[in-house]
Ligand binder design. Structure first.
Ligand code: ZLM
Ligand code: CA
Ligand code: ZN
Length: 380
């Protein structure tokens, strides 16, 4: 690997909580923590560990840390319920929304403590000023609520990370490019003007989680500090990048964040098992590069992504982008080679064109116009 531009070098810290890739949500469940192991093996295989300032394990989050956002009774439940005893917790299982999407699986609480611990350590490193960029691909679980699990997410590490950043940074911008609406993060900060939430997502009314329409804006002091970009199936690289750069640059100018949190859900890629967009890995990475170029303290997290071979390609590529390194298209040899035979072991397989693009220049123009109007409230 080679450095692209030594002048754009920023200190990058990478968090990979030990063992986080070895949990199983259950047979046929779309969420596969193994994608984190694949990602890490590509990152190491490309030698990116030599381009990154430091690689960290992270201590698991403590109960007290989780309770800075979550309800005590919910954390108590998460820490006690197991696949074997869940029958005796029937009321709680239902009250906290466990079930098909969020099954009770072996080691579930340890899994939560690990990914949240990674995000907290990353946020603390950013507060210390000893890193410019901190990455935790195991984090980004944006649907979890204060007292309940939702959409494969049990503990909201993003909210915990932002709360940590707010101890030091006056204003935090949250950007979410997962194909699903970042509802849990929006809800947590719906009443505050210190966090601006911006989610790009598929919105049809029945696509999960069903929230995130254009005119949801925030409440009270938080009014005008929640932004939503609802999209239709099949959006392509060109349209997405134009929309993303237009909106994100205006938000940066008007909100003037002191730090940024970027959720990089890879289910917005073409060919995702649950997704319906048409983005290439290159375009997804261009969004990351665009945010990196602002030069602000940056917390980068994972999220969704259900075609695991592409999720790991995407996040390995984005690790290179963040490190300011270039990586060859030929994938390195890893113990997981078999996953990548589909495209002759390359980093950038063709992913686009499987779904018709239902977005039009007119529908996007309407969105940009509406977002611009909302941002006018932030002036003065
Ligand atoms: N049923 N198994 C994105 C979270 C998306 C809610 C419809 C459950 C699935 C899905 C689970 C093996 C992020 C909904 C779905 C079936 C009610 C969703 C278990 C297949 C399976 O085969 C499956 C038995 C499962 C779940 C599909 N669930 C697809 N889409 C969404 C949640 C999370 O990417 O944003 C961040 C990590 N749930 O649509 C139902 C309404 C439950
Ligand atoms: Ca999103
Ligand atoms: Zn998603």
């Amino acid at each position: 690997t080679e450095r692209v531009n030594p002048h754009s070098r920023r200190t990058v810290s990478y968090y990979f909580p030990k063992g986080v890739g070895s949990y199983h949500f259950g047979e046929r469940h779309p969420m596969k923590p193994h994608r984190l192991t694949l990602t890490n093996s590509l990152v190491m295989g490309y030698g990116l560990d030599k381009q990154i300032h430091e690689i960290f394990d992270a201590r698991p989050a403590t109960r007290e840390e989780l309770e800075t956002y979550h309800d005590t009774d919910y954390i108590e439940y998460l820490s006690r319920v197991t696949p074997q005893n869940q029958g005796t917790f029937k009321t709680e299982v239902e009250a906290h929304n466990c079930g098909e999407d969020c099954p009770v699986f072996a080691g579930m609480y340890d899994f939560c403590r690990k990914y949240a611990g990674g995000t907290l350590a990353a946020a603390r490193k950013l507060c210390s000023g000893r890193t410019d960029i901190a990455i935790n691909w195991s984090g980004g679980l944006h649907h979890a609520k204060r007292g309940e699990a939702s959409g494969f997410c049990y503990v909201n590490d993003i909210v915990l990370g932002i709360l940590e950043l707010l101890r030091y940074y006056p204003r935090v911008l949250y950007i979410d490019i997962d194909i699903h609406h970042g509802d849990g993060v929006e809800l947590a900060f719906y009443h505050t003007n210190r966090v601006m939430t911006l989610s790009f997502h598929k919105y049809t009314g029945d696509f999960f989680p069903g929230t995130g329409k254009l005119d949801d804006n925030g409440i009270g002091l938080g009014k005008h500090f929640a932004l939503n970009v609802p999209l239709k199936d099949g959006i392509d690289d060109k349209m997405y990048l134009e929309l993303f750069t237009n909106i994100v640059s205006e938000v940066r100018d008007k909100f003037q964040p002191s730090a940024i949190v970027l959720q990089c859900g890879a289910d917005s890629l073409g060919c995702d098992r649950l997704g319906a967009f048409n983005l290439s890995i290159k375009a997804h990475g261009d969004c990351v590069a665009y945010v990196r170029a602002f030069g602000l303290p940056l917390l980068v997290l994972g999220g969704g992504g259900y075609t695991v071979k592409n999720v790991s390609r995407c996040w390995a590529y984005e690790t290179a982008v963040l490190a300011g390194a270039s990586v060859p298209d030929a994938l390195p040899r890893t113990p997981y080679d078999a996953f990548f035979a589909d495209s002759g072991y390359t980093l950038h397989p063709p992913l686009t064109g499987r779904v018709d693009n239902l977005n039009t220049p007119a529908s996007l123009k309407k969105i940009v116009g509406a977002v611009r109007n909302k941002l006018r409230y932030l002036e003065g």
